[in-house]
Design a protein around this ligand. Structure first.
Ligand code: G3H
Ligand code: 13P
Ligand code: ZN
Length: 312
């Protein structure tokens, strides 16, 4: 199956009450771990690339690795998406350079400027058969070296969403309901909470329209414990409870973004490996179990959180 846009996968996800996982890719082992799990479970998937990933791995390497995954996973729809596109030029480079979907992240701009920028990207993307995700509301956390404190983050205002979608023509909308980027999403000792009331209100105002949740890693505590037991220092790393994500997936949320859990799976595996084998130095020896850890984590998400197994 060639690279696809997210249009069909989101339509099926909305109607079927599940969500498609959008996993960030930065190297070959990550691409392989994610797509092998999706192929085995017959799950659609979004592979997403940030500005930082393009700077690290190079645009062409990433596109070609995704093309290789498509050849190796013939039974599943795969979309290639730009995560947090910072400006029109980056979106254009990805549209011209083989992506099927881009995000324009104007969430830190005043509403009118966010609309103007998103519309500019939508016009160019749609003329080239590419779909666009835009964002309203700001998430706390760290992305591409930009850090947003919890105080400066703001929930999406449901009263803005109709105007935004109508004026921009975007294909999906990321909203802020209390998720955040990174591995420290809630203060220790506090109860993790998401604003499901905002999600419900957005859903009412945009019936049938696909909603995206960023910052949706669960920060599995077995990874955190393994990291800390083998020389790491990640006290108080806390994520979004899986049952909350499952709930969101049954609602209008069609795309759930996961990056930190991939990082944790790899780091836990490699730390454990080196503790057990301090004399090893062949990267294949420690990257093989790390790739397997990504695959196992993604398979767990598909079956227990996203509900996208068998939906390819
Ligand atoms: O939302 C941010 C993603 O986790 C990507 O992170 O910008 O460090 O590649 P990155
Ligand atoms: P996490 O940091 O929770 O994995 O979020 C990733 C994300 O939103 C990528 O856009
Ligand atoms: Zn994000």
């Amino acid at each position: 199956m060639p690279l696809v846009t997210t249009t069909e996968m989101f339509k099926k996800a909305y109607e079927g009450g599940y969500a498609v996982g959008a996993f960030n890719v930065n190297n070959m082992e990550i691409v392989q771990g994610i797509t092998e799990a999706c192929q085995e479970l017959k799950s659609p998937v979004v592979l997403q690339v940030s500005k930082g990933a393009r700077a690290y791995a190079n645009h062409t390497y990433l596109v070609k690795m995704v093309e290789a995954a498509i050849i190796n996973c013939p039974d599943i729809p795969i979309a290639l998406h730009l995560d947090h596109g910072p400006d029109f030029e980056t979106c254009k480079a990805c549209i011209d350079g083989g992506f099927s979907s881009v995000m324009i992240d104007g969430s830190s701009l005043p509403l009118e400027e966010n609309i103007k920028l998103a519309k500019q990207v939508v016009d160019y993307a749609h003329a080239h058969g590419v779909v666009v995700e835009a964002e309203l509301g700001t998430l706390a956390g760290v992305e591409d070296d930009v850090s947003v404190s919890a105080e400066d983050s703001s929930y999406t205002r449901p009263e803005d969403v109709q105007e935004f979608v109508e004026k921009t023509g975007c294909d999906s909308l990321a909203i802020a309901i209390g998720t955040s980027h990174g591995a420290y999403k809630f203060k220790p000792g506090t109860k993790p909470q998401l604003r499901f009331d905002i999600l419900e209100e957005v859903e009412k105002r945009l019936p049938g329209f696909p909603i995206v949740l960023h910052g949706s890693s669960s920060v599995p505590q077995d990874f955190v414990q393994k990291i800390n037991a083998h020389g790491g220092k990640m006290p108080d790393a806390i994520g979004i409870p899986e049952e909350m994500l499952r709930e969101a997936a049954k609602m209008a949320v069609c795309k759930i973004n996961i990056d930190s859990d991939i990082r944790l799976a790899i780091t836990a595996s490699i730390r454990e490996y080196f503790d057990a084998h301090p004399d090893h130095f062949d990267p294949r020896q420690y990257l093989k179990p790390a790739r397997q850890a990504v695959k196992d984590m993604v398979a767990h998400k598909i079956k227990n959180v996203l509900g996208s197994d068998g939906k390819a």
